[in-house]
Design a protein around this ligand. Structure first.
Ligand code: GLN
Length: 532
């Protein structure tokens, strides 16, 4: 019988419920049980693909092409698993399927209602996703009390009745603020949100309290008393610099025991050792290097979450802490590259869409190339790097992407053939994992150490093969291909000038950093700037 852990959130959004859920998963994994996770997003979008990163953080991409909430990135990184799009369920997706069944007459004349039809659909999905695994973590997006999350919470309540209390555990993540004037940890918001949850028929088994500091004993006792959970089940999750340490912090508070006791399970093995060592290595990074990330969603770090994590993973190998300087591409256009880029140890141009800021990014790439600053371009960054090389080295002054300038004289980057007839935006890009052939005797080959790779994609435009010879005549090398599509470009003369059409960051794991990020950090380390 599979077990379910339902994670809800209270008081405010943005508590880091995804990391909390993933850390609980890591803890259980260490005890020898197989774990997977499902993210529920109560919004009406069918998936995260059409959402602006500034509103919702990055769109994470899975191997099967799912465009997914960024929390699935946390699950993949913490649990070291590859998920499929089934592991993200939105209100939009639920309604789409239920309505399509209704149109086909599959409800046999019955009135189709939120309860039981929508809730049944949700429950069936949850039960299907657990598959052969021992435990499924279900993270409920949003905050308890929101109208839109009601059907999901109702489904969770029913699920508990169906599978029995000892197979279903509710974890409620709340926020405990500290009032500056009195310095006291305030539990009232937690009390209120638990009350709200109880009014929906759900009594939490465990309360995880987020906050700036660790919970004091008296605060734990108070939450225990008012929210009717044993004091041992009130878990503190203070702000920490290294998010991978959260599982260890949970372990210290005996959270694993509380969970296993609830499920009437015993610890099969204690295997958090490797994870602990990894956290120590992350903490031990001593040398600092500064990387400029030139993008247009830089106001929200979560827009580039997987890139930031990939930098931590690669940095750990070299004992290097990569500090990020965020550079808005439009500011670079206004203020000039010297002002924004001078002194950086590396420059990264990430994925992006549309013309706003594109010229600023091209300026950054030119600066990196001319000053031999280690450079990594990702997706849009690959396309713009190719344009920069075409303009400055191949003499195609007006080279551009048809995304930026539809009638450009030299469309070095152009729409993929299969994209020309696409009308809808959602789920229609070239998405997901594709096999890549790496060209021997190149920097890419040195880094991958193999002629084969598999990388994840999310784009509509690509390099126009008509320009291949012109570009390669400059000394640039296309060192990775997906069938005949050029997907990696490098400048062998430079210390590190590398760009890829795919997104290497989506495959980076704490214990398995990815080649293109390793190459970047290695080059930044060798730059010889002062050790701090
Ligand atoms: N806008 C570009 C395209 O659609 C790049 C996409 C991206 O960077 N993810 O091809």
């Amino acid at each position: 019988m599979p077990r379910y852990i339902i994670v809800t959130g209270g008081v405010v959004s943005g508590l880091g419920k995804g990391v909390t859920t993933a850390s609980i998963g890591r803890l259980i994994l260490g005890a020898g049980y197989s774990v997977t996770a499902l993210k529920i997003d109560p919004y009406l979008n069918c998936d995260a693909g059409t959402m602006n990163p500034i509103e919702h953080g990055e769109v994470f991409v899975l191997d099967d092409g799912g465009e997914i909430d960024l929390d699935l990135g946390n699950y993949e990184r913490f649990l070291d698993i590859d998920l499929t799009k089934d592991h993200n369920l939105t209100t939009g997706a639920v309604y789409r399927e239920v309505i399509s069944k209704e149109r086909k007459g599959e409800y046999l004349g019955h009135t189709v209602q939120i309860i039981p039809h929508i809730t049944d659909h949700i429950k069936n999905h949850i039960k299907r996703v657990v598959g052969e695994k021992d435990i499924l973590l279900v993270e409920m997006g949003g905050t308890v009390g929101d109208i839109e999350s009601m059907p999901f919470l109702e489904a969770a309540r029913e699920l508990r009745n169906e599978v029995g209390k000892s197979n279903c555990l509710f974890v409620h993540v709340t926020y405990v603020p500290i009032l500056k004037a009195v310095g006291e940890q305030k539990t009232k918001p937690t009390q209120h949100s638990v009350k709200e949850l109880r009014s929906l028929g759900i009594a939490p088994d465990i309360i995880v309290a987020r906050g700036a500091e660790e919970l004091r004993m008296e605060t734990k006792r108070k939450i225990s008393l008012f929210c009717d959970v044993p004091a041992n089940n009130v878990i503190s999750a203070p702000d920490i610099e290294n998010i991978y340490e959260l599982s260890i912090l949970f372990e210290k508070q005996n959270l694993l025991k509380v969970i296993l006791n609830h499920f009437e399970l015993t610890e099969k093995r204690e295997d958090l050792k490797e994870w602990r060592e990894l956290c120590e290595r992350i903490d031990k990074r001593k040398v600092e290097r500064t990387l400029g990330i030139v993008g247009k969603y830089t106001v929200l770090a979560d827009s580039y979450r997987s890139i930031l994590e990939a930098l931590v993973h690669a940095g750990t190998i070299y004992g290097c802490k990569v500090c990020v300087k965020w550079i808005e591409a439009e500011d670079l256009e206004k203020n000039g590259e010297e002002n924004e880029l001078k002194g950086l140890d590396g420059i990264l141009v990430p994925g992006g869409f549309g013309s706003r800021g594109a010229e600023g990014k091209i300026k950054a790439i030119k600066y990196a190339r001319e000053n031999d600053v280690p450079f990594l371009g990702i997706c849009f960054g690959f396309q713009l790097a190719t344009i920069e090389i075409a303009r400055d080295l191949a003499g195609l002054r007006n080279a551009n992407s048809t995304e930026i300038e539809p009638d450009t004289e030299d469309p070095v980057i152009t729409l993929l053939p299969e994209q020309r007839s696409v009308k809808e935006l959602g789920g229609t890009m070239r998405l997901g994992g594709y096999d890549i052939d790496i060209v021997e005797n190149t920097q890419a080959y040195r880094l991958y150490g193999s002629k084969k790779a598999r990388e994840r994609h999310r784009h509509r435009y690509e390099f126009n093969p008509l320009y291949k010879e012109r570009i390669e005549s400059t000394g640039a090398v296309f060192s990775g291909y997906c069938k005949e599509r050029a997907e990696i470009i490098e400048l062998p003369e430079k210390r590190y000038f590398m760009a890829s059409q795919f997104h290497p960051e989506f495959k980076s794991r704490p214990n398995r950093p990815v080649p293109l990020f390793l190459g970047l950090v290695e080059a930044m380390m060798n730059k010889g700037s002062m050790e701090k």
